[in-house]
Structure formats: C-alpha cells, structure tokens
Design a protein. Structure first.
Length: 469
C-alpha cells in the first residue's frame, strides 16, 4: 500500500457517494456504458424481453410450498453483453427481490412493475460474459396471456402449474422473456415429499431431506422462455426410455391408467417417431408430456420436450391423439426452430396443424388433399396468416390458413422438394430462430423456384388464392 494507492479508494467512495446523490451510478459517469433497452421491441408483446445482453444459461432453484402458495427462488443467469452496459433489466412479475449480485459483487436493484432493473457495481464491456444472481420470494401471480387465457403461475388444489404463451416465465423467475433469446436451463424444484415437480428436459437425481423432495431437470438444447414449465402436485410419473432417451409422462393421480389422458400420452414416443419420418430427427434429448386437470388451462402447450395438455381435449372420454401430434410437431416447429417475432407464429401453428393432417391420413381418415379442400372451402380470406395482430395470434388464419399455405407449397414444388424443404428448415435452424422471410428464402433455395408470389397470396392476400396446378 503506497500513499497514493491509499488515496484512490477514498476518492472512489466520494465519487460513488456523489453519484448516488444525483441519482445515477458511478458507471453512468464515464466511458460509453449505457442502459440496455427496456424490451426487445416486439409490438405483439410490449415490455417483454430486454436489450443489451443475450442469455446463455439459467440455473434455477425454486422451493414451493403449495399450502401457503409461497415460492422461494434463486436464479443464476449467465449472459453476454451485446453493448457496453451500465445497467440492464430482467422481466420478473411481482415477487420480492431480496438480493442481486453480478459476478459475485452486490448490485443495486429496483423492481418496477414487471421489470427488475439491475445496476452492477461496474459497467459491463460489450462481449463480456457475466452472471446475475437473484434471490427472490413471494406468491407468484397469473399472467393474462391475451387471447389464450389462464397462464403464468397457477396455484392449484394440490400444487401449481406454470405455463403460458406468449409468456409465462416472468411469473416465477427473472428472465429475458422473449423467444428471440433462447438459453439452456438447469432447474431444481423443492416441494413437500410425496408431490411431483415436473419440468423440461432430462430428469436428474432426486433427493429428500426434512420432509421435502428436490427434483432436478436439465434442458441442454436452447429453449425459449415461454416453453418452460413447472407442474407440481399429485401425479403418477412414469420415467422410461424411448429411442435411447428418457421419456417422462405424468397424469394426475386421480386419473386412471385407462383414462383418455393416460392412453393418449402413452403413444408419445410412437407419434414422435412418426413425425421424425417427415420432419427429420427428433430435436431434443428427452421426450414426454403432462396432463393437467385444472380447468383454467383451456389449451395444450408445446412446453419443450414435455408438452402440457389441458383437460378440454379429453372431455369426450375418448383418447385424443391429434392434440399429441400437434404438440409434438411443435418440438420441431416452434421449439427447436423458434419464432424471432410473434408476427411469424404461423411458422409454429401452420406446421403443427399440418402435422395433424398428416396423422389423419396415416390413420386411414381423410387424405391430406381432402382436408385441404374441405378447409379451403370454409376459409375467410380477409384474415391474414402473416402478422395477424396480437388478438389473432391463435386465430384460424394462423392455424388453418397457415396449414393451407403449407399444403399450397407442397402442391407447387412437389412432394420430394416439399419434404426436403421441411427437413432443411429443421436441420439448418435447429436450436435457433427463424422468420417468414428466412423460410421463403430457404424454400426457394431448396425448391429451386421463386415462391414470393405464392407466399404473398397464401399468407397475406385478402382474396381466395388459386390452388396451385
Ligand atoms: N401453442 C399452443 C398450441 O397451439 C397454443 C394453444 C392455443 N389454443 C387456443 N385455444 N387458443 O398448441
Ligand atoms: Zn399449436
């Protein structure tokens, strides 16, 4: 310690104190460090996601007590700065944040609505990797999820269900909550012994202590945050192996082995294999599905490697393999290849619906061509498939007209080129993202012909398009 070195820390304290007084941190003073953007700028989900960094990995440890509906969470978020950062946001809805650290140093934080604002002690250089540790607690909330209804963190009779589209994750962990920023996950969930705690990916070691059990899950393929799920409660969990990978299915204990839910989910592996014949290799290192009975889940969702199925699909009392086909098709279209912006959601739903058509034909029902003709006859062409608007994200123009577009492509380029296009898309964009323009460009390259007129008419035209050839 020289005399001059002793002066410097003193000076730093004075500068920091002055910065606090005028309401900004020392890192705002010098260099070109600047705050990350408050959202990613997707007009379908204002406020969702953040700018200035790209998350690589989430390590989550949550402890949930269904009796009190209290969650205790620890998140370690590893990210790379994509600009010089003075501060940045994470999305976190409600919950009380008790401590935030960046690379082991305490960071200042402010929780403003659904935004957690983190100011690290020092600016973060562009390109640098950093880890944000967040400790938080509270009663997680639901998220409205627009037209989809019930989502976020749903406290159920015996536990909880976290899921939702276009977002849900911010209800239970701090996150860059937009599909344009995919990341890998390690998730560990502690619940009262006797309850199951299901999530995405490969099951890890389970351990129990003091009347509580910790379940561990690893998702090694990058995952969009809305594809995370947590299902806690009294479930019959079956862990097996399919095609050399773990397969985890779960149905509520109150449902029997012969319930339509159990019978439908039991064909998960077989249906994934059927789809792989058309779409290319199954993209993840585990399989599965979870059926839930909470009526607020009025939908099924393609949560990565382990879709969640709401009760509505099984109300007839008969198995529903179509919905399993649909959600498993999303593992290729939507999950492995995710949207970059929600305006392109037909890239998910059009293909998942088309997969249902392939299955119906395979089961000896109507041919794909016949389904196409039936659907073509009843379609309202005034509603666009591409960029349908946030209220119509889950509308028939996205699902049915989207599937019509897929079949119009097939009729234009022929079967061989069509399936080559699908397989090139899932292979080239695996673990990534894509836009409609990316898809058209790939289809033209692999199909060997110009297709902008075709896609323009089928995706965006407002009059009935002519059926190709
Ligand atoms: N991505 C989900 C699926 O299609 C969304 C479900 C939307 N359902 C609805 N009724 N709007 O599998
Ligand atoms: Zn779907």
């Amino acid at each position: 310690w020289s005399t001059s070195a002793r002066v410097r820390p003193g000076l730093a304290v004075v500068i920091a104190a002055a910065a606090l007084l005028i309401g900004c941190s020392a890192t705002d003073q010098g260099g070109d460090f600047r705050p990350g953007a408050l959202d990613v700028g997707d007009p379908y989900v204002p406020g969702a996601g953040n700018g200035g960094y790209d998350v690589e990995h989430y390590r989550l440890a949550v402890d949930y007590d269904p009796a009190s509906d209290r969650l205790l969470g620890q998140a370690a978020v590893t990210a790379v700065a994509t600009q010089p950062l003075s501060r940045f946001n994470l999305d976190l809805q409600g919950l009380e944040v008790t401590a935030v650290g960046v690379d082991g140093d305490r960071a200042r934080h402010r929780h403003d609505g659904d935004e957690l604002v983190v100011t690290p002690a020092r600016g973060l250089a562009e390109g640098s990797r950093f880890t944000v540790a967040v400790e938080y607690a509270g009663r997680p909330g639901t998220r409205p999820n627009g037209p989809l209804g019930g989502g976020g963190f749903l406290h159920t009779e015996d536990g909880a269900i976290a899921l939702g589209q276009p977002y849900s994750a911010a209800a239970w962990f701090p996150v860059n909550d937009h599909p344009s920023d995919k990341a890998t996950y390690d998730i560990e969930v502690t619940v009262p012994a006797g309850l199951a705690a299901l999530s995405n990916g490969v099951p890890g070691e389970r351990s129990s202590a003091g009347g509580r059990t910790t379940w561990r899950w690893a998702q090694r393929a990058p995952m969009a945050s809305y594809l995370t799920t947590l299902v806690i409660g009294a479930y019959r969990v079956e862990i097996g192996t399919h095609a050399g990978k773990p397969i985890v299915t779960a149905v509520p204990e109150q449902l029997s082995e012969s319930s339509p839910e159990a019978v439908s989910l039991a064909r998960t592996g077989e249906i994934a294999d059927f789809l792989a014949e058309h779409f290319g290799p199954y993209p993840f290192d585990s399989y599965g599905g979870v059926a839930v009975v909470d009526p607020r889940v009025g939908y099924a969702l393609e949560t990565q490697s382990r879709p969640v199925y709401g009760p509505g699909f099984f109300r007839s009392g008969r198995p529903n393999f179509g919905v399993v086909v649909h959600e498993l098709a999303h593992q290729w279209f939507g999950d492995s290849v995710a949207v970059t912006r929600w305006r392109d959601i037909w890239l998910n739903e059009g293909f998942a619906t088309y997969a249902e058509w392939l299955w119906e034909e395979h089961q000896g029902g109507r041919s794909v061509q016949r389904i196409f003709e039936d659907q073509y006859a009843v379609t309202d062409w005034s509603l666009p498939t591409l960029d349908p608007g946030p209220d119509q994200m889950f509308g028939t123009a996205v699902y049915q007209r989207g599937a019509l577009t897929v079949h119009a492509l097939r009729r234009t380029v022929g079967d061989d080129a069509f399936f080559a296009i699908l397989r090139a898309w899932t292979a080239e964009r695996r673990d990534g993202n894509g836009t409609t323009d990316d898809f058209i460009e790939l289809a033209e390259r692999v199909g060997g012909e110009q297709l902008d007129g075709l896609f323009g008419a089928w995706l965006s035209g407002t009059t009935r398009p002519v059926i190709p050839e």
